[in-house]
Ligand binder design. Sequence first.
Ligand code: NDP
Length: 462
Amino acid sequence: MAGYDYDLFVIGGGSGGVRAARVAAALGKRVGIAEEYRFGGTCVIRGCVPKKLYVYASQFPEHFADAAGYGWTVPEASFDWRTLVANKDREISRLEAIYKKNVEGAGGEAFHSRAMIVDPHVIHLLGEDRTVTADQILIATGGRPAAHPALPGHEHCIFSNEAFDLKELPKAIMIEGGGYIAVEFANIFHGLGVDTTLVYRGKEILSRFDMDLRRTLHETMEKKGIKILCHAVSEEVRKRPDGRLDAVLTSGQTLTVDQVMLAIGRIPNTENMGLEGIGIEMTPAGAVKVDDYSRTNIDNIWAIGDVTNRVQLTPVAIHEAMCFVETAFKSNPTAPDHETIATAVFSQPEIGTVGLSEDEAVKRFADIEIYRASFRPMRHTLSGRDEKMLIKLVVDGASRKVLGAHILGPDAGEMAQLLGIPLKAGLTKDDFDRTMAVHPTAAEELVTMYKPTYRVKDGQRV
Ligand code: NDP
């Protein structure tokens, strides 16, 4: 629209916002994007990317130990936390610059500023003390770790944001939560040599995953030396005279640690942006409410990514951005597809999963076949590491459709990406059976489990 400064103004320079800005700008639209912190957002700056780098760092002690079975003698290794943090910082600065450059390269204008919507077509850029106008506005401000103000002593606790940049590696840490972040960081800290305790309120960690994976991961983590306390939450965190922390648990235990990290979910960033002022509707969870096409209740204002609290995953935000551009700028209304999303937990061993868990499938289908293989991965035969790999397919007995694929073991995340394709395509177990195995691999089990391990008929295992 010629009357406005921009055709599109994006608030938030994370994965979703940057993608929408870049693709819209490449279409020839006049695009502005404001980011108050660092371009790249949670994923690049303090989420997926640095997390994966820290996962790699934390895996070396096991690699060193495993090498002996293959004939190697590895001298005593030492680890320098500050080197890791500095190298991570260098890498994310590189990526941050690329994110910004990609927007500008496509013709967009990037601002380092907080933005407030003051009218459905007017945005105030606080950092520049300047007001701009836009035909369409996209809110892509992401989320942040949920605070825990009800916990006495919560001010002594850290979140994932701080965990990446601690001045010193703690000797002992307690992590509260049983989701992606708690489990991934428990493995990272343990691998780096930190005495680690995971405290989870439920009966088994990773509540949204297949129970087989949850139990097996729990056992494997404990075997490595990570303490996992279920049915427990912290009641109070007290600072001791020596500077350490006492975490008092509902189970009656008190853990003395150097850091307490809370990983109890993430909440949308919607405050102090003028949303209430212009009447944007919110969900009860405080997220921006959108329709199937990511449009808010105000026609020209849209929202994507974690701020909408649909599925808090980077690739989902990027997909929503692409759909938004199709809908808003290409006259091709496209609703994001949130069905059958493959995902990985970068625990050690990794989880890779797509589709329905056994329990979910049993609730929806009368006749379920479970194909399950549990075995020692080949690389652990000579290393002697006592760790099992688990591969499981959940199949609808009536249609033969593969409803779920669940893997625990090395490279499970990579496998989940590939399994996302046949499951999304609705392929059957017969299609899997017709596929030639790749040998010797762990993934060949996916196409060589010819007979069900068991069936579940009308909820009963037979
Ligand atoms: P999750 O929702 O995965 O897990 C939150 C955990 O905290 C759950 O175990 C929950 O228990 C527990 N919890 C919630 N409230 C409390 C409370 N008041 N006291 C004690 N425990 C509590 O959130 P995360 O913070 O781990 O991660 C946020 C999101 O980020 C994830 O949902 C995921 O979408 C994304 N993410 C994705 C990653 C990946 O793709 N690999 C990596 C990291 C994050 P309960 O289970 O009982 O509800």
